[in-house]
Design a binder for this molecule. Structure first.
Ligand SMILES: [Zn+2]
Length: 597
């Protein structure tokens, strides 16, 4: 019944007279534009199918192998380029004009295949002073693959994700510190010895110069929320201040921060083995009226040697009208999950938030695309933040951490993203800034982390190298996540433990437009007012100020305060384990990851 209910709501989107242009299917105002638009849809599908094949998930799709798809892509793309040129530049409706602009813009981003996140570049090229900005970025991403995937620890190799897992779960402080320092070769590859012409510092100078011409991701995010970059900075600082106020005065070492905030993960990790991730995820979305199996989503969740080291979600094919009926979008989720745990589960739920987002789009082909980066990342967290609510844990895991521990685990991750957002915002504004000094200042002031300006320990997120400025979509995105969660709760009701109306309702109110509606208008209409950080600040203030321990040593004790244990969690410290997530990202341009990957 739940699914039928949501299906009927989804269908109403296609028929409702007040629906947008896509209503009876994408009805372009001009037949000519419509024809080009369906050609565009073919090219767009071929592009995403090639990326799917190159990801290693499939060798054929719809009976065609890679060569056949590539030929199809090339021919259709060449035709599309010509047809787009031939379209009239005047006498079109505003909507057609916007659709043409959207197609032209999106076409530029088509790659015609290629494995996401595996640049052909070499890390060693990052040291070269003679390479241009785009090549420098590629080289830095290659460092994350080459070095980040084989860090030396205790005589063997671990990857960046495992190292971060260990930072959360290793009780022995000395061992935890050793894990932290396993990142040194990566930090050095990214930022040398922090000299003024280190690879990162040259790269951020290039990024800043380019942003002066074309706008940065930070400018775009500010526009999407309806404020300017100065206001973005004020909001980020407000959020960090809220965390600071909720965390007492005790300083922690950088190698202890994640461990101390991650107790909920350690308490529940035992109950979330890897094989339980997908069943829990699917059950939650079924309860939300969005059955992943019914949506036809492809999941590729096991690690492979050449696979992207990040989790992401992308289109396989784009929904469109075929013979008068809507043919749904097919999405795929890629992730390299070796282990389970609450954080990984939360990430998988987040990726499915992206699936829900793109499968709910009902619009003409030009707009069957991701909404803004900011909205996409913010929306994906709407369902995933529930994983840090005790009632969600009780229902889907059978055990729960206390509210305080759960919230601390969640918002420690959010504020790290906010810290990186502020870091990038200030680096863009003044690219000659010493990044180590800046990161030290931010993390010391707001996260109470002991200063270590000699270490480039901020350099653990791929986005910092590949898409400078992107982090704001997480940091500022949290503002929209909190707003949407609060508004949905008030308008539709609770959904932390499922709600069969949820998918149909968010589809109707937020998702069906795809890339057509700008985020600012969408949120203004949704909330009935401009977005503000208030909802997020209130969430962070649910955390009660604590006076935590100085060094993290305390957590190596077996004497754990009983308030840190849920009644449902009999596990003592020796039984606790946790896994932290790999990073996640969505789309070519969209990463996620609540914690520093
Ligand atoms: Zn995401």
């Amino acid at each position: 019944m739940k699914n039928l209910l949501s299906l009927s709501l989804a269908c109403s989107l296609l028929l409702s007279p007040k629906s947008i242009s896509a209503d009876a299917g994408p009805v372009a105002n001009s037949k000519k534009v419509s024809e080009v638009e369906y050609l565009y849809a073919d090219v767009s599908d071929a592009n995403s199918i090639l990326a799917t094949i190159d990801s290693g998930l499939l060798s054929t799709y719809q009976g065609k192998d890679r060569a056949a798809w590539e030929q199809f892509y090339r021919e259709k793309r060449a035709k599309l380029a010509k047809e787009l040129e031939r379209l009239p530049s005047s006498g079109l409706s505003g909507e057609d004009t916007r659709a043409i602009a959207a197609m032209r813009k999106q076409m530029k981003a088509f790659t015609g295949g290629g494995a996401l996140f595996s640049p052909a570049a070499k890390c060693q090229d990052a040291a070269r002073k003679d390479i241009a900005y785009p090549e420098l970025k590629s080289a830095l991403v290659a460092c994350f693959v080459e070095i980040g995937n084989s860090l030396n620890f205790e005589g063997s190799k671990i990857n960046r994700v495992s190292a971060l897992d260990l930072l959360h779960e290793t009780s022995d402080p000395g061992r935890r510190k050793a894990v932290f320092f396993a990142f040194v070769p990566l930090w050095q590859a990214i930022n040398g010895n922090n000299e003024p012409d280190s690879p990162y510092r040259r790269m951020i100078a290039g990024a800043s110069a380019q942003a002066a011409k074309n706008r940065s991701d930070i400018d775009n995010a500010a526009r999407d929320i309806g404020i300017d970059a100065a206001e973005v900075e004020r909001w980020l600082v407000q959020i960090l201040d809220a965390w600071r106020e909720s965390n007492g005065d005790t300083m922690v070492e950088p190698w202890d921060f994640r461990f101390e905030a991650g107790q909920a993960d350690r308490l529940l990790g035992t109950y979330i083995p890897r094989e339980s991730l997908q069943p829990i995820n699917q059950r939650y979305y079924r309860d939300l009226g969005a059955d992943p199996e019914q949506l036809g989503t492809l999941y590729d969740l096991s690690p492979r040697p050449e696979k992207a080291a990040l989790a992401y979600t992308e289109f396989v094919t784009h929904g469109r009208m075929v013979n008068g009926a809507w043919r749904p979008t097919v999405a795929r989720v890629s992730a390299p999950y070796e282990r389970g745990g609450l954080f990984v589960l939360n990430e998988l739920v987040h990726e499915n938030g992206h699936v829900v987002n793109i499968t709910a789009i009902r619009n003409r082909p030009a707009f069957v695309d991701w909404p803004s980066d900011l909205f996409a990342e913010a929306f994906a967290d709407v369902p995933s933040w529930s994983a840090y609510e005790p009632q969600w844990q009780r229902r889907y895991i059978g055990h729960e951490a206390t509210e305080q521990l759960s919230l601390r685990a969640l918002y420690s991750v959010v504020v790290l993203d906010v810290a990186w957002s502020l870091f990038e915002l200030r680096m863009f504004r003044a690219p000659l800034t010493d990044p180590n000094a800046l990161w030290t200042e931010i993390t010391n002031r707001y996260l109470h982390i002991v200063p270590h300006p000699e270490l480039s320990w901020w350099a653990v997120r791929v986005q910092l190298a590949d898409l400078p400025g992107y982090m704001v979509n997480y940091g500022l995105g949290a503002v929209l996540t909190a707003e949407m969660r609060q508004h949905i709760l008030g308008a539709l009701g609770a959904f932390d433990t499922g709600n069969p109306l949820w998918y149909g309702w968010v589809s109707e109110h937020l998702l069906r437009y795809g890339s057509e509606r700008d985020t600012r208008t969408l949120m203004q209409d949704f909330l009935g007012r401009p977005a503000s950080p208030q909802a997020l600040l209130e969430q962070i203030h649910r955390l009660q100020p604590v006076s935590l321990h100085g060094t993290g040593d305390r957590f190596s004790n077996s004497a754990r305060p009983s308030t840190f244990l849920s009644p449902d969690c009999p596990a003592g410290p020796s039984q606790l384990s946790s896994q932290r997530p790999p990073s996640s990202w969505r789309g070519y341009l969209l990463w996620d990851l609540p914690i520093p990957q």
